[in-house]
Design a protein around this ligand. Structure first.
Ligand SMILES: NC(=O)c1ccc[n+]([C@@H]2O[C@H](COP(=O)([O-])OP(=O)(O)OC[C@H]3O[C@@H](n4cnc5c(N)ncnc54)[C@H](OP(=O)(O)O)[C@@H]3O)[C@@H](O)[C@H]2O)c1
Length: 331
């Protein structure tokens, strides 16, 4: 099959479009013919050599893939060859074929294209897991999302809007993305380049702070996050893009009864991921079927141009997701 292969770790130039062996799949898995995949920030970190795939996963980049089932292992119930699916995979998405666990598949509604479906698993599942299953975001609560123009947070804004009644959604973004973040559903936007976010958030919540924060920035944001997190608030940490080390005021954490919860989706067990996907399919997929939720696509490139997709992501020019079309005739 054709795939994106890494010659080395480093910049986007280490990615090459070439031939490699078809993936193996066992009797409990399915093989998917990939029509589209999409770029996630963890792919960039893996390419740089700082995010190795978990044991047993493909070393090919790519955490999600949409396509049709090519072959079904003999012990797999329900799924059939030809089914249109989008899959969460531990690796291997930047390729013509990928192996996946049946519990990690989501049936693609007729109203959704393969390109759109390729933008659902990694970002929507991450946001759903941390905000709703771990963060217990509830009706009437306020949430702060950092980086509203990214893949995870364009999903998070839509999820908060659709699943929570009377949710106050506050979103940080860079200047050029503020307007689009507001159009997508944020109640308030904060320009993280020119404004100090924790004072803004306190002002927007009558000094109370927000109940839940989704952060991927890390160390430099911890003190500000704790300052504008309410009593009994939950801080969900899913990345450390600007540093993993910092000081923490444990007295504040204790007095405000705050919780800091870390999560990585990729390293979870096959069963845990299947449970998350089952819950997501029941609760969230109906919103896609009705057209209430739409994966936001910023750019579509052929798989062979994956390096350009990484350059776009690293320069933060995108708003939403960067799709890699593997079989453009089936977009
Ligand atoms: N733990 C997990 O399970 C998991 C799963 C998936 C992703 N992640 C992590 O989640 C993060 C987002 O991933 P993604 O794929 O959505 O990446 P992405 O599309 O690049 O989104 C990141 C966004 O953050 C904004 N940003 C950058 N610096 C910021 C700052 N200091 N304050 C506020 N916003 C800032 C960026 O744009 P502007 O600078 O232009 O505003 C961009 O819109 C990454 O760190 C990734 O590693 C974690």
């Amino acid at each position: 099959m054709k795939a994106i292969l890494l010659n080395d770790f480093g910049g986007p130039e280490v990615m090459a479009f070439g031939e490699t062996r078809n993936p193996e799949f066992n009797s409990n898995q399915v093989l998917i013919r990939v029509h589209a995949t999409s770029v996630n920030r963890p792919d960039v970190i893996q390419r740089q050599g700082n995010y190795p795939p978990p044991p047993g996963e493909s070393s090919i980049l790519g955490l999600e893939a949409a396509g049709t089932i090519e072959a079904v292992g003999k012990d797999v119930p329900i799924w059939q060859a030809g089914d249109r699916v989008t899959a969460l995979v531990g690796g291997g998405g930047y390729a013509e074929l990928v192996a996946a666990w049946p519990g990690h598949l989501i049936r693609i509604p007729d109203s959704i294209s393969f390109n759109e479906a390729a933008c659902i698993p990694e970002t929507f599942l991450t946001a759903y897991l941390v905000l709703f299953l771990l963060g217990r975001l509830s009706d009437g609560e306020a949430v702060l999302l950092h980086g509203g123009g990214g893949g995870v947070n364009t999903a998070a804004i839509q999820l908060c809007r659709a699943l929570i009644r009377d949710c106050k959604i506050i979103v940080t973004a860079s200047t050029a993305k503020l307007e689009r973040v507001a159009e997508l559903g944020a109640d308030h936007v904060v320009d993280y380049r020119t404004q100090e976010f924790s004072s803004e958030v306190r002002g927007l919540t009558d000094g109370q702070g927000v109940d839940v924060i989704l952060d991927h920035v890390g160390g430099p944001y911890l003190a500000g996050n704790m300052r504008c997190l309410a009593v009994d608030g939950r801080l969900l940490q899913i990345g450390v893009s600007e540093g993993a080390q910092c000081e923490i005021n444990l007295a504040l954490l204790m007095v405000k009864r705050q919780q800091i919860i870390g999560s990585v989706l990729r390293s979870r067990s096959v069963e845990e991921k299947a449970d998350i996907i089952r819950s997501f399919t029941e609760r969230v997929m109906p919103f896609f079927e009705k057209g209430v939720m739409v994966p936001l696509i910023s750019d579509v490139l052929p798989l062979a141009h994956a390096a350009e997709g990484h350059r776009i992501m690293e320069s933060s020019r995108h708003f939403g997701k960067i799709v890699l079309a593997v079989n453009p005739e089936n977009a």
